[in-house]
Design a binder for this molecule. Structure first.
Ligand code: IMP
Ligand code: MG
Length: 332
C-alpha cells in the first residue's frame, strides 16, 4: 500500500470511517488526508470501546503516529474543527491547507431555509453556500483565520513528499458516489464532486500517483435527505430488519433499501475501483458478528460476497463484521 483512496459507492454513510481507521492502524499509514466536501460529513469511529463522531479531522487519528491533513478542496467550520482537535489531542500532528474555504454564519443561515432545506434536505451545515461563495471568489480562506495560523500546512507538498519517500498515504473521501454534484442524482446531491478523482484533486495528488482505490459499500443501502432510492423499503420495515440508522450530523432516520448491484457496478466504474470493502455484513447476517476470517462466515454470507466479486470483477478485500476498528476480515 503506497497511495490509497477510500470512497463510498452509494449515498454516503457506508462506514468509510471504520475502514479508514482500520487501514491507518493495520498499514502504519504515515499521512492521512481528508478530501470531500466539509463538515456535512459525519464519520463514526469506535476505538477502545469509545465512539467518536468526526466531521472534520481525518479518521486516521486512531493511529497516534499518523499525520492528519485537510486538503484545500474541503470547506471548514473553524469552531467544529477546533473542538475536534482539542477532543482528540491532535494539536501536534494536524495540518490544514491555507486554501480551505471557511464556513461563516451566513452560510449556515442560508443552508437552513428555502430550497436547500425544503427541497434538497441538506445537512444545514453551510457547506453548499460556502462552496457557492468559493465559486464566486468571495469565500474567506483558512490563511485569513488567526486561530488556524499554527496549523497551516502545504498539504499537496506534504503528501507528494511522503509519496516520494514511499511512505503509506491514505486519502479519505466523504459522502458517496450518488450524491456527487457531477455523478449523483442532481439536484438531490451535495455541493461538490466526491468521487475518487475529486478526492485526489481536493488534496493535490495527481492520478498517476494513486495505487489503490477502495470502494466502500454497505451490505444494504441508506440515504438521508431527498432523492431517488431504488428498492426503498419503509422506515418501519427498516427498523424490523435492524437497518434503521440515524444521521451522524442531523439525527434523521436514514431511508433504506437492499444492496444494489447495479449501483455498485456503476460506482466501481466511475471511481476506478481496484478493491471493494463491504461493511456491516453483521447487520445483514447477524451470525457473522465479530468473524475474523472468510471461512468463518455462514454459507449465505460467503455467497453474498462471492456474488459481488463476480458481478463487479473486483476482489472484496475488506469485510466489516462489527463496529470496532478490529472487527474486520482482511483478505488482502
Ligand atoms: P449538503 O451536503 O448538506 O448540501 O446536503 C445535500 C444532500 O447530501 C442531502 O441529501 C444530505 O442529506 C446529503 N449528505 C450530505 N453529506 C452527507 C453525508 O456525509 N452522508 C450522507 N448524506 C449526506
Ligand atoms: Mg456519514
Amino acid at each position: 500500500m503506497t497511495c490509497t483512496v477510500v470512497v463510498d459507492g452509494f449515498f454516503g454513510d457506508g462506514g468509510k470511517g471504520k475502514i479508514v481507521s482500520y487501514l491507518t492502524v493495520a498499514d502504519d499509514v504515515a499521512v492521512c488526508a481528508r478530501g470531500g466536501v466539509g463538515p456535512n460529513a459525519g464519520h463514526t469511529v469506535v476505538k477502545d470501546g469509545v465512539t467518536y463522531k468526526l466531521r472534520m479531522i481525518p479518521c486516521g487519528f486512531v493511529n497516534p503516529e499518523t499525520r492528519l491533513l485537510i486538503g484545500p478542496g474541503v470547506v471548514v467550520n473553524t469552531e467544529v474543527l477546533m473542538k475536534e482537535i482539542v477532543e482528540l489531542g491532535a494539536e501536534g500532528r494536524f495540518g490544514i491547507d491555507p486554501q480551505c474555504a471557511i464556513i461563516e454564519p451566513k452560510h449556515i443561515e442560508a443552508d437552513r431555509r428555502g430550497h436547500l432545506k425544503e427541497k434538497i434536505g441538506t445537512t444545514g451545515t453551510g457547506t453548499g453556500p460556502c462552496n457557492a461563495d468559493r465559486a464566486l471568489r468571495t469565500a474567506m480562506m483558512a490563511r485569513e483565520v488567526p486561530e488556524l495560523e499554527r496549523f497551516i500546512a502545504d498539504v499537496p507538498a506534504e503528501l507528494n513528499a511522503a509519496l516520494d519517500e514511499d511512505l503509506p498515504v491514505l486519502l479519505e473521501g466523504t459522502q458517496g458516489t450518488f450524491i456527487s454534484l457531477y455523478h449523483g442524482t442532481y439536484p438531490y446531491v451535495t455541493s461538490n464532486d466526491v468521487c475518487a478523482s475529486a478526492i485526489c484533486s481536493d488534496v493535490g495528488v495527481g492520478p498517476t500517483r494513486v495505487d489503490e482505490v477502495i470502494l466502500v459499500c454497505k451490505a444494504y443501502v441508506t440515504r438521508v435527505g431527498a432523492g431517488d432510492l431504488p428498492g426503498e423499503i419503509g422506515l418501519e420495515e427498516a427498523r424490523e430488519r435492524g437497518w434503521d440508522e440515524y444521521g451522524t450530523v442531523t439525527g434523521r432516520q436514514r431511508r433504506a433499501a437492499p444492496f444494489n448491484m447495479k449501483l455498485a457496478k456503476r460506482a466501481a466504474m466511475i471511481n476506478g475501483a481496484t478493491q471493494i470493502a463491504i461493511t456491516k455484513l453483521d447487520i445483514l447476517h447477524p451470525d457473522c458478528r465479530g468473524c475474523e476470517s472468510f471461512e468463518d462466515l455462514s454459507a449465505e454470507a460467503r455467497e453474498f460476497i462471492l456474488d459481488i466479486e463476480e458481478a463487479l470483477g473486483l476482489p472484496v478485500t475488506l469485510i466489516g463484521t462489527g463496529p470496532g476498528v478490529r472487527e474486520i476480515i482482511d483478505r488482502r
